[in-house]
Ligand binder design. Structure first.
Ligand SMILES: *Cc1c(COP(=O)(O)O)cnc(C)c1O
Length: 385
């Protein structure tokens, strides 16, 4: 049996007529830059995220960059974020000449440890950029309390978390801005690069709309310096079709996550959840995600073990696709060496980078495939004894 990490073709085939018709409609209209399909996608994603405004962007990366630009963040400014994320979060801060200021993660959720944010705020801090990693939201109450009291903006990196909830509130709707990515492997994936920013602030929405089109209004009259960060109309049309299926796909991912946790718990392996592990549970084989009341959309299902690299190789040998998100935390990346960090500065992020592994969790995963993955994990640990 072959179990890929993700099976985008299976998803496409399940809705092929609708996707093909949506693409054909844009081709027939020949309206590729902004226009009705982009506006429709913006309205729909904003509504889905419980926000008043949506601004289509060319990628999740550009969505983050445009928000920082909208806040006029640049040299001499500091932005607080997590070192355990995809490069784009930190890269967008650094590209504007601002300084990324890292805060270690909470090992229960792998998200920014909110108890450590306050001590990193200085007179130069302009924003906090929490990342809702793997589809689970960061602790936004604490983040918003600190941000409001200290007068800094909050830009939610919700690239992996569309539709996730924190205390009933949707990802992207709590901070000043929320940024989504429609990179193909995200829960709502386009057929290429695409992204979108949501906000509940009309002035911020207007500035983002300017920034994504070279800062011009009307055309050729440039008020501020922007870029080309526009969402493509073909991508927008595809995202609109797929959005209708997102809740169904999310339910399938949640089902798959529950099934992994249940099956792994029945194997006789020593299993703990991240909460028990962070609380000091020792001599466990495998750590599984902690179940939460909040809506977790499981962009990834993450297991954790000290034998991560050998487990990954054993699963690969059986035709099971896995991935490491992410093997090198941002503070020890070569390109950020100028920040002066060293190994040991953010121990929770470093340990997670050494020990976590993503299993196949995509909606189309079958019972047999899930059972095969679990059996392969059990076999690996039996052979270790
Ligand atoms: C995917 C991702 C991004 C970037 O999105 P792109 O659309 O690929 O530019 C940013 N942050 C996180 C956490 C991501 O997972």
């Amino acid at each position: 049996m072959n179990v890929p990490l993700l099976d985008l073709r299976a998803q496409y085939l399940s809705i092929k007529p609708e996707i093909d018709a949506a693409v054909a409609e844009v081709l027939n209209s020949q309206i590729f830059i902004l226009g009705p399909r982009v506006q429709e996608c913006e309205r729909e994603v904003a509504r889905y995220s419980n926000c008043s405004h949506g601004i289509g962007m060319s990628s999740g990366t550009d969505a983050l960059l445009a928000c920082l630009m909208a806040e006029d963040i640049g040299p001499d400014d500091e932005v607080i974020t997590t070192p355990y994320t995809f490069f784009a979060t930190v890269g967008s801060i650094a590209r504007l000449g601002a300084k990324p200021v890292f805060v270690d993660i909470d090992p229960v959720t792998y998200n920014i440890d909110v108890s450590k944010i306050e001590s990193r705020i200085t007179a130069k801090t302009r924003a906090i950029m929490p990342v809702h990693l793997y589809g689970q939201m960061a602790q936004m109450d604490e983040i918003m309390e600190i941000a409001r009291r200290r007068g800094v903006a909050v830009i939610e990196d919700a690239a992996q978390a569309i539709g996730a909830e924190y205390k009933g509130k949707r990802a992207g709707s709590i901070g000043d801005y929320g940024c989504f990515s429609f990179f193909p492997s995200k829960n709502l994936g386009a057929a290429g690069d695409a992204g979108l920013t949501v906000t509940n602030n009309p002035q911020k929405a207007e500035k983002l709309a300017l920034l994504r089109a070279h800062g011009s209004k009307p055309k050729y009259y440039h008020k501020i310096i922007g870029g080309n960060f526009r969402l493509d109309a073909i991508q927008a049309a595809i995202v609109s079709v797929k959005l209708r299926y997102l809740d169904q796909w999310t339910a399938a991912r949640q089902h798959n996550a529950e099934r992994y946790t249940r099956l792994l718990g029945q194997t006789g392996l020593k299993i703990a959840d991240t909460r028990a592990y962070a609380g000091g549970a020792s001599s466990v084989d495998l750590i599984v995600p902690t179940a939460t009341e909040d809506r977790h959309i499981f962009n990834q299902y993450i297991i954790r073990t000290r034998q991560r690299d050998r487990l990954k190789a054993a699963l690969e040998a059986k035709g099971i696709g896995t991935e490491i998100y992410y093997p090198v935390p941002m503070h020890v990346q070569e390109c950020f060496s100028y920040l002066g960090h060293k190994k040991g500065d953010f121990p929770q992020a470093e340990a997670a980078a050494d020990e976590t592994l993503a299993l196949p969790i995509y909606p189309e995963l079958t019972d047999d495939q899930a059972a095969f993955v679990v059996a392969a994990i059990v076999e690996f640990f039996r052979n270790q004894r």
